[in-house]
Structures are given as C-alpha cells and as structure tokens.
Design a protein around this ligand. Structure first.
Ligand SMILES: C[S@@+](CC[C@H](N)C(=O)[O-])C[C@H]1O[C@@H](n2cnc3c(N)ncnc32)[C@H](O)[C@@H]1O
Length: 272
C-alpha cells in the first residue's frame, strides 16, 4: 500500500488553520504534527480540523487538570473552566480528615469522558470512585480514562449506581448539561454539531438535569457530604434555589480567571 506524503509544510498548515478561523493556529499545528501517525494522517487531521471538528476530537484527547484524557467523537470535551470545580472538590475531599481510615467516596454523575473523576482521583490519591453517564459513547470513553481507578456505569443519573452507595457519598460531582434549549443554536459549531445534544441540552431554563440531581442528592450523600455542580453566573440563583428546596446547604463559589461558577450543596449533619 502506498502512503501519500503530506504536501503541507508547517507554515502551510498554520495558514489553512488560520483561514478556517482557528485562533491558536500555530499551537494547533504543532499539536497536529506531533500527533499524526504519518504524513497522510497529518493531511487527514488538518482536513478534519479545517472542516470544524474540535481539536480534541481530531487529536483524540484533551488536556484536563494536567492529565491527557481520551475524548471520542461526539463525547463532550472537558472544558478548562471545569478545572475549578475539580479544585474545589479536591479541597473538600482533603478536608474530610487526615485521620479517616477509609478513602473518600466520590461519584461523578453525568461523567462524559470521566475527566472530573479521573482528575480528582489523581489529585487526592486514595478515593473510591464511581462514575455514570447515560450516553454509551461517553461510558466507553470514561471506562478507558478511569481504568482500574474506579467503576463506570451506564444509565439515567443515579439509576445505575449500586444501592450500597446510598448515604455514603462524600463528594458528588455533577457537571450536568446546563445550556437552555433555545440557546443551543447560539453555541459555536464545534459544540453544536460535534458534541452530543444530550451533553448540552438542559431544558427550557437549562436546569432540568441539575434539579433532578439535587432532588435525589440527600439520599446518596453521607451526612456532611457535598454536591458540586457547575452553572453559569446568570443561572446560579436557580441552581442555589434547587439545592435549598432539596435540603442542601448551598454555597456559591466563583473563579474570574476561568469564568467558572460552581454551587456546592452540603447535606446537613444530624447535629446541623
Ligand atoms: C456537559 S457534559 C459534561 C461531561 C463531563 N462531566 C465533563 O465535564 O467533561 C454532560 C454529560 O451529561 C450526560 N447526561 C445527560 N443527561 C444525563 C442523564 N439523564 N443521566 C446521566 N447522564 C446524562 C451527557 O451524556 C454528558 O456526557
């Protein structure tokens, strides 16, 4: 079989990427060149990127919290802003107490590629990690990223989790879809076309899935356990309201640098 060598020099690749609207064309060209298996493969990768596929889907991975996370076609690409949620979760997991013998029980709901759970496990060290997603493509991707560090289940929110986790979860991560249905059309094509609709659509006001997560959280959290949900500045009051209605003590945390907004809901302990 003959392999056609790439006719594209690095500068020609940069020019093509820039013409296609890639803002970081030089960086992307370097990444594509280093990831391509051979010259023909490089041409094909440049072509896919120029056609509008997210860079991470072309490469097959995304960088998240310093990890290289596999991201399959249509699976949600973990966003840098979500590193803030993982940082908050790591602080809470560490605060569980150095004297504690058993590892923190962590659940990553709506796990997508499994990036959040994998990053938290890497940051904290010893955790009992469970992750779940409704999309089979995401589940298969998460299984690769989480590997032996945890278990990944397929199904609707809490439904596939082992019942034995009820009342035992210390840290519940849920970067659920939160884009209002009417706003999906306004997303950049990379998300709108190349990420699964189920990964984006949060219903009329974007809160449909978050409300369902909050509604059942106290059944799964240990007393004093925390639910962490990413939201937007504008939607934060609705997220806080959903947490309060369902018996969680809400706390809003933000990071201007990453443009990140997270609501942390804590299950009250018996002592209050
Ligand atoms: C915004 S993406 C976030 C993925 C991942 N947590 C991250 O931040 O990279 C939302 C994920 O929620 C999943 N999802 C949507 N509805 C779900 C449901 N009812 N039950 C479980 N997962 C769901 C989607 O398949 C998608 O992977």
């Amino acid at each position: 079989m003959s392999v056609t060598p790439s006719v594209l020099s690095e500068s020609a690749i940069v020019t093509r990427l820039r013409a296609a609207g890639c803002v970081f064309a030089e960086d992307e060209a370097q990444l594509l060149i280093s990831a391509a298996p051979d010259p023909a493969g490089l041409d094909a990768m440049v072509e896919r990127r120029v056609l509008g596929l997210p860079l991470e889907h072309v490469l097959g991975w995304a960088e998240f919290c310093g990890l290289r996370v596999a991201v399959d076609p249509q699976v949600f690409v973990p966003r840098i802003r979500t590193e803030f949620l993982v940082g908050q979760a790591a602080e809470l997991a560490r605060a569980l107490g150095p004297g504690r013998r058993s590892p923190a029980v962590v659940v990553d709901l709506c796990c997508g590629s499994g990036a959040l759970g994998a990053a938290l496990a890497a940051a904290v060290g010893r955790v009992e990690l469970h992750a779940a997603d409704i999309d089979p493509a995401a589940v298969s991707c998460a299984r690769r990223n989480i590997g032996a560090a945890g278990a990944v289940y397929e199904g609707d929110l809490y439904e596939p989790l082992p019942a034995a986790l009820r009342g035992r979860v210390d840290i519940l991560l849920a970067n659920a879809p939160y884009v209002p249905t009417d706003a999906i059309g306004l997303l950049p094509p990379e998300a709108r076309i190349h990420e699964a609709r189920v990964a984006l659509d949060g219903g009329a006001d974007g809160l449909d899935i978050q409300r369902r997560v909050a509604a059942e959280a106290t059944r799964w959290l240990a007393p004093g356990g925390h639910l962490l949900v990413e939201t937007s500045d504008r939607q934060a009051p609705l997220t806080v309201d959903a947490f309060t209605r369902h018996g969680l003590i809400p706390r809003l945390v933000t990071c201007d640098d990453l443009d990140a907004t997270v609501v942390i809901g804590t299950r009250p302990t018996a002592a209050g």
